[in-house]
Design a binder for this molecule. Structure first.
Ligand code: COA
Length: 155
Protein backbone atom coordinates (compact mmCIF):
# COMPACT_ATOMS: atom_id res chain seq x y z
CA UNK A 1 0.00 0.00 0.00
CA UNK A 2 2.84 2.45 0.88
CA UNK A 3 4.35 1.95 -2.60
CA UNK A 4 1.06 2.90 -4.27
CA UNK A 5 0.07 5.92 -2.20
CA UNK A 6 2.42 8.43 -3.89
CA UNK A 7 1.04 7.31 -7.26
CA UNK A 8 -2.67 7.49 -6.71
CA UNK A 9 -5.52 8.21 -4.36
CA UNK A 10 -7.02 4.92 -3.18
CA UNK A 11 -10.68 5.18 -2.26
CA UNK A 12 -14.00 3.41 -2.48
CA UNK A 13 -15.69 3.57 -5.88
CA UNK A 14 -18.89 5.61 -5.95
CA UNK A 15 -21.93 5.60 -8.23
CA UNK A 16 -20.50 8.72 -9.87
CA UNK A 17 -17.47 6.68 -11.02
CA UNK A 18 -19.46 4.31 -13.24
CA UNK A 19 -18.24 5.77 -16.56
CA UNK A 20 -14.61 5.45 -15.41
CA UNK A 21 -15.23 1.86 -14.27
CA UNK A 22 -16.76 0.94 -17.63
CA UNK A 23 -13.88 2.61 -19.50
CA UNK A 24 -11.14 0.77 -17.59
CA UNK A 25 -13.09 -2.49 -17.89
CA UNK A 26 -13.48 -2.08 -21.66
CA UNK A 27 -9.78 -1.24 -22.15
CA UNK A 28 -8.64 -4.33 -20.21
CA UNK A 29 -11.27 -6.83 -21.34
CA UNK A 30 -8.75 -9.07 -23.12
CA UNK A 31 -6.22 -9.15 -20.30
CA UNK A 32 -7.56 -11.96 -18.10
CA UNK A 33 -5.61 -15.22 -18.42
CA UNK A 34 -7.04 -18.56 -17.39
CA UNK A 35 -10.18 -20.44 -18.33
CA UNK A 36 -13.82 -20.63 -17.29
CA UNK A 37 -13.01 -20.65 -13.54
CA UNK A 38 -11.30 -17.26 -13.72
CA UNK A 39 -13.10 -15.66 -16.69
CA UNK A 40 -14.30 -12.07 -16.43
CA UNK A 41 -17.37 -11.00 -18.40
CA UNK A 42 -17.46 -7.40 -19.66
CA UNK A 43 -19.29 -5.16 -17.20
CA UNK A 44 -22.71 -3.78 -17.94
CA UNK A 45 -23.67 -0.35 -16.48
CA UNK A 46 -25.52 -2.24 -13.72
CA UNK A 47 -22.48 -4.42 -12.98
CA UNK A 48 -20.25 -1.34 -12.84
CA UNK A 49 -22.50 0.38 -10.32
CA UNK A 50 -21.56 -0.19 -6.69
CA UNK A 51 -24.31 -1.44 -4.37
CA UNK A 52 -24.32 -2.49 -0.72
CA UNK A 53 -23.40 -6.05 -1.73
CA UNK A 54 -21.15 -5.27 -4.72
CA UNK A 55 -18.56 -2.72 -3.67
CA UNK A 56 -15.38 -1.54 -5.31
CA UNK A 57 -12.14 0.24 -4.46
CA UNK A 58 -10.11 2.14 -7.00
CA UNK A 59 -6.84 3.99 -7.57
CA UNK A 60 -7.28 7.47 -9.06
CA UNK A 61 -4.40 9.55 -10.45
CA UNK A 62 -3.97 13.23 -9.62
CA UNK A 63 -5.89 13.90 -12.86
CA UNK A 64 -8.79 11.82 -11.60
CA UNK A 65 -8.19 8.88 -13.98
CA UNK A 66 -9.19 5.49 -12.61
CA UNK A 67 -6.18 3.21 -13.19
CA UNK A 68 -6.86 0.24 -10.91
CA UNK A 69 -9.96 -1.28 -9.38
CA UNK A 70 -11.23 -4.27 -7.47
CA UNK A 71 -14.82 -5.26 -6.82
CA UNK A 72 -16.05 -7.63 -4.13
CA UNK A 73 -19.36 -9.42 -3.60
CA UNK A 74 -20.42 -9.24 0.01
CA UNK A 75 -22.59 -12.04 1.37
CA UNK A 76 -23.53 -12.71 4.97
CA UNK A 77 -20.89 -15.39 5.49
CA UNK A 78 -18.10 -14.47 3.08
CA UNK A 79 -16.80 -11.63 0.92
CA UNK A 80 -15.56 -12.84 -2.47
CA UNK A 81 -13.46 -10.81 -4.91
CA UNK A 82 -15.30 -10.42 -8.21
CA UNK A 83 -12.31 -9.13 -10.21
CA UNK A 84 -9.24 -6.90 -9.95
CA UNK A 85 -7.64 -5.06 -12.82
CA UNK A 86 -4.99 -2.40 -13.42
CA UNK A 87 -4.55 -0.20 -16.49
CA UNK A 88 -1.76 -1.69 -18.69
CA UNK A 89 0.47 1.36 -18.27
CA UNK A 90 0.24 1.23 -14.49
CA UNK A 91 0.93 -2.43 -13.73
CA UNK A 92 3.69 -3.78 -11.50
CA UNK A 93 3.74 -0.64 -9.34
CA UNK A 94 1.77 -1.93 -6.38
CA UNK A 95 -1.66 -0.65 -7.42
CA UNK A 96 -3.33 -4.06 -7.82
CA UNK A 97 -2.23 -5.06 -4.34
CA UNK A 98 -3.17 -1.64 -2.97
CA UNK A 99 -6.79 -1.68 -4.14
CA UNK A 100 -7.19 -5.24 -2.84
CA UNK A 101 -5.69 -4.19 0.50
CA UNK A 102 -7.96 -1.14 0.71
CA UNK A 103 -11.01 -3.34 0.13
CA UNK A 104 -9.93 -5.82 2.83
CA UNK A 105 -9.07 -3.11 5.36
CA UNK A 106 -12.32 -1.21 4.90
CA UNK A 107 -14.52 -4.29 5.08
CA UNK A 108 -12.57 -5.70 8.06
CA UNK A 109 -13.16 -2.40 9.86
CA UNK A 110 -16.86 -2.91 9.23
CA UNK A 111 -16.73 -6.35 10.87
CA UNK A 112 -16.38 -8.70 7.91
CA UNK A 113 -14.03 -11.57 8.74
CA UNK A 114 -14.10 -14.11 5.90
CA UNK A 115 -12.62 -13.18 2.54
CA UNK A 116 -12.02 -15.26 -0.58
CA UNK A 117 -10.39 -14.50 -3.88
CA UNK A 118 -9.29 -16.40 -6.98
CA UNK A 119 -6.42 -16.43 -9.41
CA UNK A 120 -5.33 -18.46 -12.37
CA UNK A 121 -2.05 -20.39 -12.03
CA UNK A 122 -0.95 -18.88 -15.35
CA UNK A 123 -1.40 -15.39 -13.91
CA UNK A 124 1.63 -14.90 -11.62
CA UNK A 125 0.82 -11.23 -11.01
CA UNK A 126 -2.62 -12.11 -9.70
CA UNK A 127 -1.30 -14.92 -7.46
CA UNK A 128 1.44 -12.64 -6.12
CA UNK A 129 -1.00 -9.78 -5.45
CA UNK A 130 -3.24 -12.18 -3.52
CA UNK A 131 -0.29 -13.37 -1.43
CA UNK A 132 0.87 -9.78 -0.86
CA UNK A 133 -2.39 -8.91 0.90
CA UNK A 134 -2.43 -12.09 2.98
CA UNK A 135 -4.57 -14.64 1.14
CA UNK A 136 -3.59 -18.30 1.54
CA UNK A 137 -4.11 -20.93 -1.16
CA UNK A 138 -6.60 -23.52 0.12
CA UNK A 139 -8.02 -25.14 -2.99
CA UNK A 140 -7.23 -25.58 -6.67
CA UNK A 141 -9.66 -25.97 -9.57
CA UNK A 142 -8.88 -27.69 -12.85
CA UNK A 143 -10.46 -26.74 -16.19
CA UNK A 144 -10.89 -29.65 -18.61
CA UNK A 145 -11.43 -29.40 -22.36
CA UNK A 146 -12.24 -32.09 -24.92
CA UNK A 147 -9.07 -33.54 -26.41
CA UNK A 148 -7.96 -36.36 -28.71
CA UNK A 149 -8.83 -39.88 -27.57
CA UNK A 150 -5.87 -42.21 -26.89
CA UNK A 151 -4.82 -43.80 -30.17
CA UNK A 152 -6.34 -41.00 -32.26
CA UNK A 153 -3.79 -40.41 -35.07
CA UNK A 154 -5.08 -37.02 -36.19
CA UNK A 155 -2.66 -34.14 -35.70
C1 COA B 1 -3.21 -9.04 -11.77
C2 COA B 1 -3.06 -7.52 -11.70
C3 COA B 1 -4.35 -6.92 -11.15
C4 COA B 1 -1.89 -7.20 -10.73
O1 COA B 1 -1.83 -5.79 -10.56
P1 COA B 1 -0.43 -5.03 -10.42
O2 COA B 1 -0.71 -3.65 -9.99
O3 COA B 1 0.34 -5.21 -11.67
O4 COA B 1 0.27 -5.88 -9.26
P2 COA B 1 1.23 -5.30 -8.14
O5 COA B 1 2.15 -4.28 -8.72
O6 COA B 1 0.40 -4.92 -6.96
O7 COA B 1 2.10 -6.57 -7.81
C5 COA B 1 1.63 -7.58 -6.96
C6 COA B 1 2.64 -8.68 -6.92
O8 COA B 1 2.70 -9.29 -8.21
C7 COA B 1 4.02 -9.29 -8.69
N1 COA B 1 3.88 -9.10 -10.13
C8 COA B 1 3.35 -8.04 -10.77
N2 COA B 1 3.36 -8.26 -12.09
C9 COA B 1 3.92 -9.46 -12.28
C10 COA B 1 4.19 -10.26 -13.43
N3 COA B 1 3.86 -9.83 -14.66
N4 COA B 1 4.76 -11.46 -13.24
C11 COA B 1 5.06 -11.92 -12.02
N5 COA B 1 4.82 -11.22 -10.86
C12 COA B 1 4.25 -10.01 -11.01
C13 COA B 1 4.68 -8.14 -8.00
O9 COA B 1 6.09 -8.31 -7.93
C14 COA B 1 4.05 -8.21 -6.65
O10 COA B 1 4.65 -9.23 -5.88
P3 COA B 1 5.33 -8.91 -4.48
O11 COA B 1 4.27 -8.29 -3.63
O12 COA B 1 5.78 -10.27 -4.00
O13 COA B 1 6.45 -7.96 -4.83
C15 COA B 1 -2.70 -6.91 -13.10
O14 COA B 1 -1.59 -7.59 -13.62
C16 COA B 1 -3.84 -6.98 -14.10
O15 COA B 1 -4.64 -6.07 -14.19
N6 COA B 1 -3.92 -8.09 -14.88
C17 COA B 1 -5.02 -8.25 -15.86
C18 COA B 1 -6.34 -8.61 -15.19
C19 COA B 1 -6.20 -9.82 -14.31
O16 COA B 1 -5.60 -10.83 -14.67
N7 COA B 1 -6.77 -9.74 -13.09
C20 COA B 1 -6.68 -10.79 -12.10
C21 COA B 1 -7.80 -11.76 -12.16
S1 COA B 1 -9.31 -11.08 -11.53
Amino acid sequence: MDRALPLADIREIQVTDVVAVLTLDRETADDYPGDVATAHDPLTPAGATPTTTHRGWGAFTSHGQLVAMTFADIAQDVTETDFTVVDRGWRHRGLGSAVKAACLLALSDEGHVDFRTGGSSDNPASIAANRAVGYELDEEWLSYAPGDRPGDQRA
